[in-house]
Design a protein around this ligand. Structure first.
Ligand code: PBG
Length: 325
């Protein structure tokens, strides 16, 4: 008879206590960031068909939702604004009385401890739905930087704890860092959407934020999904320009990018588990085809295992509940 193996990996899998001791990756509520959509001019929450359970909030109900999120132990929210008026130059994005600036002030007054992170990008505010200014049918880089920096400054002035540029213009982290630091008052850190890919997984978000481009697509500024070396160059540039946290987005189809960023750099890494990733799990679960809770936890644990320190996810409140049970 052949000798039985002396090494048996099943020994440490026998029960949950043992499995807990040898567990390599943990998912905790204090690593999660919950996105919130705030719409101007509405008085009731608006459901988003492709993102079950996620709504656009009216300003007057935001305080209550913030209390719920904070009471679940979720440390931070990421804000997106939907203005009632859009124009060519996204004026509402850098209006100090705009919907997001008001939302920041309200959130900080309701619960100063809940971290407020703001998305800095023009696409929800421009009539053409692109992330920068348009000239001769294409998105202009350098003229957009000034507006993005102004936008970030109004967020900081309203009390944002972090600003998160997601536009993918070259040089935006440096432009924002410069304007924030010039002001002198305790400037917030920058969470840069460094490796943001031109992804079809953003579909449901564009319904939620009303930010679908009216012509063309975002491939002339967001990254080609095929490229990982270029993602590292983006990260490197953002670090040189003063980013404090770097992000990879989307997450599920880009686990290798998260891993490589983790291995190449020492900065904290964020991953965005985007709207399409959330919608796929929701839809399959609603059909009874998968177990929502187990699949969501498996995906989020996988993103952590790939190397993300923090995860932006629409599942945050659900996960907070599941982790408590
Ligand atoms: C804005 C922005 C987008 C997302 C976050 N910020 C959409 C886009 O670039 O088209 C996507 C988030 C998600 O899909 O959950 N530029």
């Amino acid at each position: 008879m052949t000798k039985f193996p002396t090494v048996r990996l099943r020994r440490t899998r026998q029960n949950e206590k043992l499995r807990g001791l040898v567990r390599e990756t943990r998912l905790a509520v204090d690593q999660l960031i919950y996105p919130l959509f705030i719409a101007e001019g509405i008085h009731e929450p608006h459901e988003i068909a492709s993102m079950p359970g996620i709504v656009q909030w009216p300003l007057e109900q935001l305080g209550r939702e913030a209390e719920r999120i904070a009471s679940l132990g979720i440390p931070a929210v990421l804000l997106f604004g939907i203005p009632s008026e859009k124009d060519e130059v996204g004026s509402q994005a850098y209006n100090s009385r705009g919907i997001i600036q008001e939302a920041i002030r309200l959130l900080k007054s309701v619960n100063p401890e809940l971290l407020v992170i703001t998305d800095v990008c023009l696409c929800e505010y421009t009539s053409h739905g692109h992330c920068g200014l348009i000239h001769n049918g294409s998105v202009q880089n350098d003229t957009s930087l000034e507006l993005l920096a102004r936008m970030a400054l109004t967020h900081a002035e309203a009390g944002a704890d972090l600003v998160a540029p997601s536009d993918m213009m070259d040089g935006r982290v440096g432009a924002i860092r410069h304007v924030l630091d010039e002001q002198g008052f305790n400037p917030p850190p920058i969470m840069a959407y460094s490796a943001k890919f031109a992804s079809a997984f953003y579909g449901p978000f564009r319904e939620a934020a009303g930010s679908t481009p009216q012509f063309g697509d975002r491939r002339a500024y967001q990254m080609d999904p095929s490229n990982v070396r270029e993602a590292l160059r983006e990260v490197e540039l953002d670090i040189a320009e003063g980013a404090d946290i770097v992000m990879v987005k989307p997450a599920m189809a880009y686990m290798d990018v998260i891993r490589q960023v983790r291995e190449h750099y020492d900065l904290p890494v964020a991953a965005y588990n985007v709207s399409g990733e959330f919608a796929m799990i929701k839809a399959a679960a609603q059909n009874g085809w998968i177990d929502e809770r187990r699949v969501a936890m498996e995906v989020l644990t996988g993103i952590r295992r790939a190397g993300a320190d923090m995860i932006i996810t629409y599942f945050a409140p659900d996960v907070a509940g599941w982790l408590r049970e």
